[in-house]
Design a protein around this ligand. Structure first.
Ligand code: GEK
Length: 236
């Protein structure tokens, strides 16, 4: 696995983009940046096993290198499901296809805001909605809701904000302590924070659950949280 040292240099200050440089170190970057990432993938597999339906589509929207697509594929291995991964970064898609070449997972380079979601039993948005413009988030969730079969679920993982300022600052400090424990320097951490400032927009857990309800989901709950990273499941 290539080691992420992108922010040891200061040439990436003008906003974070999912280019080849990021794609080449992404597996290392996400596991050292998102507390609980590996465990959340294990549970995506379990949720897919629980809610995947025969003769249905299973989507991984914003699939990056296909880690969640593989978890979905493992979870649905005893069912006749069509696994579809979508990402709009050509660099990610190229590497994802190379990684998944032997798997029967279909990977498409596409904007998820333009994607057709149909006959779905499980849809995953694993740390992706946070990169979608806030004005487009409800429409995307409505499209997903419409594309789900009865009994279908959306698994939504996000970096979250806390309504109380002090609590928010504490959670950010804990996340930064996690990153230091993973070997990132304080300079790398603060450079990346600057690069992500207007690119990754977190919202509160409450805002997510309210929007899921507004999009038509009958219920949703948080099944995992580690500091300011959270995973929810929403039921059609
Ligand atoms: C994982 N889910 O390993 N259309 C398609 N893809 C998009 C869009 C869009 N409009 N916007 C962003 N992306 C993965 C991790 S990373 C999370 C997901 C992170 C893609 C973007 O190209 C990138 O690959 C991914 O969403 C976000 O479980 O970097 O924190």
């Amino acid at each position: 696995m290539n080691h992420d040292s992108i922010y040891t240099s200061d040439i990436h200050h003008n906003g974070f983009i999912f280019d080849d440089k990021v794609a080449s170190v992404f597996a290392d970057m996400i596991q050292r940046s998102v507390p609980g990432y590996a465990q959340s993938l294990q549970m995506v597999e379990l949720l897919a096993h629980q809610y995947g339906q025969n003769n249905s589509n299973v989507y991984d929207l914003g699939c990056s290198l296909g880690a969640a697509s593989m978890a979905l594929s493992r979870g649905c291995s005893d069912k006749d499901c069509n696994i579809i991964g979508i990402d709009n970064s050509p660099a990610m898609v190229k590497r994802c296809k190379a990684i998944l070449q032997d798997e029967s997972i279909h990977i498409h380079c596409q904007d998820i805001l333009q994607s057709n979601i149909e006959n779905a039993s499980v849809v995953v948005l694993n740390f992706v909605l946070q990169f979608i413009a806030q004005a487009d988030r409800l429409r995307l969730l409505q499209t997903i809701h419409q594309g789900l079969k009865p009994g279908g679920v959306l698994i939504l993982s996000e970096k979250i904000a806390f309504p109380d300022h002090l609590e928010n600052e504490r959670q950010i400090a804990l996340h930064e302590a996690f990153k230091r424990a993973q070997g990132y320097s304080q300079l790398e951490i603060s450079r990346k924070r600057t690069a992500l400032e207007h690119v990754l927009i977190p919202e509160t857990s409450n805002a997510h659950h309210q929007r899921l309800q507004q999009a038509g989901f009958s219920a949703s709950h948080t099944w995992f949280q580690c500091f300011n990273f959270s995973s929810m499941v929403a039921f059609k």
